[in-house]
Design a protein around this ligand. Structure first.
Ligand SMILES: [Zn+2]
Length: 301
């Protein structure tokens, strides 16, 4: 308890256990040698957040949603591409990636894992960080891509005829990415009876079965704060970031999700809450953190 009190005296951003701010409640604090980690939960929706306070100039944010596949149509992968690119409630076409490029971000990206989809960015400029956070919240949680059926054709798959005497071929960004890299045999063999037996990235033979209504249904079911876990590495300000997230999360009601992955046996058969591990051998002055929140997987594309 003495440790917790000292932490909160020394660091303006910090929280004590059971303290609440902007709709989030702190339920655990881990004090490391030179970092402190706060585990918070959004009271209304149950969204979980691990916030790591460091002295690094670079601050980073990521939000992950559990997105298990029902087939190998590449639904999760197509949405990963679509959401940051297509308009949302407050950000039209001109205010998406073009704005992110103009902001002083060190990195912005999205990833499809076997059972989760992840959206991430980092910046050394707090004001630009907060602008990016608003854009991410709006684009991911309040997407209007459903008004743009062409998003499926552009990002996932479409027929293409280059000339009248050529053959009709499939094209599309996701289709192009996965050609030649699919691994259906491995998935089927390693994960029988689980969503992992499907390829979340999509198989070239299956992607043309993806429909626009399937995309919209997958989005409306999975992209909900109650189905999210968030990581935040911060130096300057935790509270303003909580306020921004609460502004968006509070528009949702709590929804029940099973956040466990089907093969978490790699962490002893249960959701791991080991906190962070600090890799002091990392190259250069930056510190590498790994935290486990139950969504951890080993492959990405
Ligand atoms: Zn991709």
């Amino acid at each position: 308890m003495l440790v917790f009190i000292l932490i909160s005296i020394c660091k303006a951003n910090t929280f004590e256990v059971n303290e609440a701010y902007a709709g989030f409640q702190c339920f655990a604090v881990n004090d490391g040698t030179d970092i402190t980690m706060f585990h918070l939960r959004h009271l209304k929706t149950g969204a979980e957040l691990i916030a790591v306070e460091t002295d690094d100039e670079e601050e980073s944010f990521d939000i992950s949603f559990k997105t298990p596949s029902n087939n190998s149509h590449g639904t999760a992968h197509a949405l990963e591409h679509i959401l940051l690119s297509y308009p949302s409630r407050k950000y039209d076409f001109a205010n998406g990636p073009d704005v992110l490029v103009l902001l002083r971000l060190n990195m912005w990206n999205a990833h499809t894992f076997p059972s989760i989809t992840n959206f991430v960015f980092s910046s050394g400029h707090p004001q630009d960080f907060n602008k990016a956070l608003r854009l991410y919240m709006d684009r991911v949680l309040f997407s209007n891509f459903g008004e743009y059926p062409e998003s499926l054709k552009r990002e996932a798959w479409r027929y293409e005829l280059k000339s009248l005497d050529s053959q009709v071929k499939y094209n599309g960004i996701v289709m192009s990415e996965v050609k030649g890299v699919h691994n259906s045999v491995r998935n089927e063999g390693f994960f029988p009876g689980t969503p992992e037996r499907f390829d979340s990235g999509g198989l070239p033979s299956e992607i043309p079965k993806l429909t626009f209504s399937e995309l919209k249904k997958f989005y409306s079911h999975n992209y909900h704060p109650s189905n999210s876990k968030i990581g935040l590495i911060f130096k300057t300000d935790l509270k303003s970031r909580l306020e921004i997230m609460d502004e968006y999360f509070s528009e949702f009601s709590h929804k029940q999700f099973d956040k466990k992955l089907p093969y978490t046996t790699i962490y002893g058969g249960k959701e791991s809450r080991r906190g962070y591990s600090q890799n002091t051998d990392s190259v250069g002055p930056r510190t590498h953190f790994t935290y486990y929140m139950g969504f951890e997987t080993s492959r990405t594309r």
